[in-house]
Design a protein around this ligand. Structure first.
Ligand SMILES: C[S@@+](CC[C@H](N)C(=O)[O-])C[C@H]1O[C@@H](n2cnc3c(N)ncnc32)[C@H](O)[C@@H]1O
Length: 256
């Protein structure tokens, strides 16, 4: 499906992933083991020069992407990750800056990771050219329709048949089951990424709670799809919902 049949991972990839699995630290809210296996596989197979990520938190997933790019292109090549987050102070520890884990745990990759904070997905228009990106990663606000809005804002900058990796595509279902079992959830049970992935009518690859959706040849085909998804009640309300409505319609202008 990725159009690179027969590609095999470099031996250092397995070593790196093993070292991640054996790490003592895992901050809450960062992607889990099977998620970073999936993300690494996609980035390694497609091997783009650059990746854009929405949702930095500690910087862990940005480092996973940067490590995959480095293995593909080498230490001295010009490859990098732009990671965008709306918060300057890390959501899970306000005493530390967003992306703090990059310097703490991945200093050798820090030069490849460009922190774009505080920003949201609109900043991609300043970072990339139209049709430039091959793969992006969305792991930000999971409440419907925020993942859809992030995807539509990024789409003009992704080449036709490019890939968008979505995290937490089972968060709503997992969260609902946990609530039904009487558990208290620190991350809520938002369905935005799940509904987006499940209803995606074009190419897609599921990997558990993470998945990748492929853009169609013609971006304008996203408009009827987006309108259908926008008919599902939003999980954000009031002012935020009104802003999202307007932003969704504005994003259509860049798709035609
Ligand atoms: C689940 S965490 C990201 C985890 C990170 N990708 C990892 O695995 O290491 C979500 C992050 O998205 C950020 N965020 C929430 N809404 C956002 C938005 N509209 N635009 C950009 N970032 C947002 C939060 O501040 C938080 O840091």
């Amino acid at each position: 499906m990725l159009g690179v049949a027969g590609k095999t991972p470099p031996p250092s990839e397995l070593e790196f992933l093993r070292s991640m699995v054996n790490r003592q630290i895992q901050y809450p809210g960062t992607i889990g083991i099977s998620d970073y296996f999936f993300l690494t596989a996609l980035v390694s197979i497609l091997a783009p020069k650059r990746v854009v990520e929405i949702g930095t938190l500690t910087g862990f997933s940005a480092a996973i992407i940067a490590a995959a790019l480095r293995r593909q292109h080498g230490k001295d090549s010009e490859s990098w990750v732009d990671t965008i987050d709306v918060l300057s102070k890390c959501l899970i520890d306000e005493t530390r800056p967003t992306g703090f884990e990059i310097a703490e745990s991945f200093p050798q990759l820090a030069s490849m990771i460009r922190l774009r904070i505080p920003h949201n997905s609109t900043v991609v228009s300043e970072l990339a050219k139209r049709d430039e990106l091959e793969i992006v990663f969305i792991d930000a606000d999971h409440r419907h329709p925020s993942p859809l809005l992030d995807l539509l804002r990024l789409t003009p900058y992704i080449r036709s048949r490019g890939w968008i990796v979505l995290h937490d595509i089972q968060l709503g279902t997992i969260g609902r089951k946990a609530i039904e079992a009487g558990q208290r959830l620190s991350w809520g049970a938002a369905y935005g990424a799940e509904w987006l992935f499940d209803s995606w009518p074009f190419g897609k690859i599921g990997g558990g709670n993470i998945g990748a959706v492929q853009l169609p040849n013609d971006r304008s085909a996203l408009i009827p799809f987006a309108l259908r998804l926008m008919s599902v009640p939003f999980e954000i309300t009031d002012h935020a919902a009104r802003i999202a409505w307007r932003a969704l319609y504005q994003s259509f202008a860049e798709l035609v």
